[in-house]
Each structure stands twice: as structure tokens, then as C-alpha cells.
Design a protein around this ligand. Structure first.
Ligand code: SAM
Length: 225
């Protein structure tokens, strides 16, 4: 059984997609997608030998070697010309690692219609990358599992406008304002408050003052939401 987190990622994979799951680890997500007839076929990409071996093992055990290709490769280098990948999933990493993977092999994105990205932290950098690279957010989910909060961003090609606050909070998540969203940002605002108190006790250099002001602005803007 898939985790609630990966099951939610799977929900956004279009019917009959050809999927590349990058950083696939045990290849649980591609196996689920093919078993459930959501994906026609899939590529499971892994850059580390141990998880790559786990992925190969899982795909063999599930008897899906005819539909899932496991490749040992860095990021989107797992996608080869002719694969005709239509959707990419990247889950369980930080936002900066996800964006660096997307930036490193831009040609691999040709023909890809949808990206389903699940950053564990710093979703903001993904929203900034999307803005700069003509991808738009078509949906977002925030969810709680095992006391951890995860965000999922669904992107398709197109333009969008995002305010600074929407880049941080997520345009859809801000609008929905779920309980999980509320508790995440309440906690963040509290932490910024503690940092700001500590800064106010430190020597008031221009850098410290600037940082303290920046935090005060964030606390006010996010606190209001
Ligand atoms: N995607 C799975 C999930 O969400 O449960 C596994 C997440 S696991 C925490 C992250 C995986 O990404 C690791 O197996 C790691 O080896 C792999 N990874 C990290 N950087 C990568 C890269 N540049 N290319 C391919 N895989 C990468």
C-alpha cells in the first residue's frame, strides 16, 4: 500500500501517461501507477546504486519489467530520446534539489505536459522556477502524514502571476486555507518570532537590523493570512 503522500501524487498523473519518476527509490510510485492502469508505462530513475537496486528488485517482484524501465542516472538524464514521457513525478526531496534536477537537463522536458512535484521543504523555489520557465500551477495540495507536512505542486505549461506571498504560501493553498496550511504557517510565524527576539538581543549591525526587519515583514504578512 502506497503512503498517503505518494497516493496523492498519483492522483494527479493523467490517465494513460508515460511517466518518469525521478528519485524513485523502491519504484513504489511507478509500480502503483502501472498496476492501477493509470500509466501506460514508466521510467524509474535513480542516481544512487542502493535505491536503484531496490527499484530493479521491486519491478521484477511485481512482474512489471515489460512496462517499467529502471535507469541509474542523474535526474532527468534517466529520460532518453524516444521515451515520449508525458508526465514527470519528483517526490520526497527538498525544493532546491527538485529545481536543480529540472534545470540540469532542460531538453528532457520537451514533450512533457505535466510535472507533479512533492517538495518536503522550500516549495517556494519551485514556484519561482515555474514562473521563470513558463509553467503554471494548476493545483496544489498540502497534507499531513506521520506528523510531517508535505506539499504537492501540479504544473502544466503556461504563464501565471504570483505575488511574493503566493510564491511562499502557494496560490491554491493560500486560497483553500486548510487546517494543515493554517498549522504549518502558524508554526513558521512562531519560529520567525523566536529568531527575531534573538536578533534583537544581538549587536545591532546593519545586517542584523535588515534581517530583523525582513522577519518583521514576513511575520506581519503571513500572520495576516
Ligand atoms: N520518490 C520517493 C518517495 O517520494 O518516496 C523516494 C524519495 S527519497 C527520500 C529521494 C530519492 O531521490 C533517493 O533515493 C535519492 O537517491 C534520489 N535522488 C536524489 N538526487 C537524485 C538525482 N539527482 N537523480 C536521481 N535520483 C536522485
Amino acid at each position: 500500500k502506497l503512503s498517503k503522500r505518494l497516493e496523492t501524487v498519483a492522483k494527479f498523473v493523467p490517465q494513460d501517461a508515460i511517466v518518469a519518476d525521478i528519485g524513485s527509490d523502491h519504484a513504489y510510485l511507478p509500480c502503483y501507477l502501472v498496476h492501477n492502469n493509470i500509466a501506460k508505462s514508466a521510467i524509474a530513475g535513480e542516481v544512487v546504486k542502493g535505491p536503484y537496486d531496490s527499484a530493479c528488485h521491486e519491478v521484477q517482484k511485481e512482474q512489471l519489467t515489460n512496462k517499467i524501465t529502471v535507469r541509474l542516472a542523474d535526474g532527468l538524464a534517466a529520460i532518453q530520446p524516444g521515451d515520449e514521457v508525458t508526465a514527470i513525478t519528483i517526490a520526497g526531496m527538498g525544493g532546491p534539489l527538485i529545481t536543480s534536477i529540472l534545470e540540469k537537463h532542460p531538453l528532457a522536458l520537451e514533450g512533457v505536459e505535466r510535472l507533479i512535484l512533492q517538495p518536503n521543504i522550500h516549495a517556494k523555489v519551485i514556484r519561482e522556477w515555474a514562473l521563470q520557465n513558463s509553467w503554471k500551477i494548476i493545483d496544489e495540495v498540502i497534507l499531513l502524514e506521520d506528523e510531517k507536512i508535505y506539499e504537492i505542486l501540479v504544473l502544466e505549461r503556461g504563464e501565471m502571476n504570483l505575488s511574493e506571498l503566493e510564491k511562499l504560501l502557494g496560490p491554491v493553498l493560500k486560497q483553500q486555507h486548510s487546517d494543515v496550511f493554517h498549522s504549518k504557517w502558524t508554526r513558521e510565524v512562531e519560529q520567525w518570532g523566536h529568531v527575531r527576539e534573538a536578533l534583537q538581543k544581538a549587536e545591532q549591525t546593519p545586517e542584523i537590523l535588515a534581517k530583523s526587519d525582513e522577519l518583521a515583514n514576513l511575520i506581519e504578512a503571513v500572520g495576516e493570512v
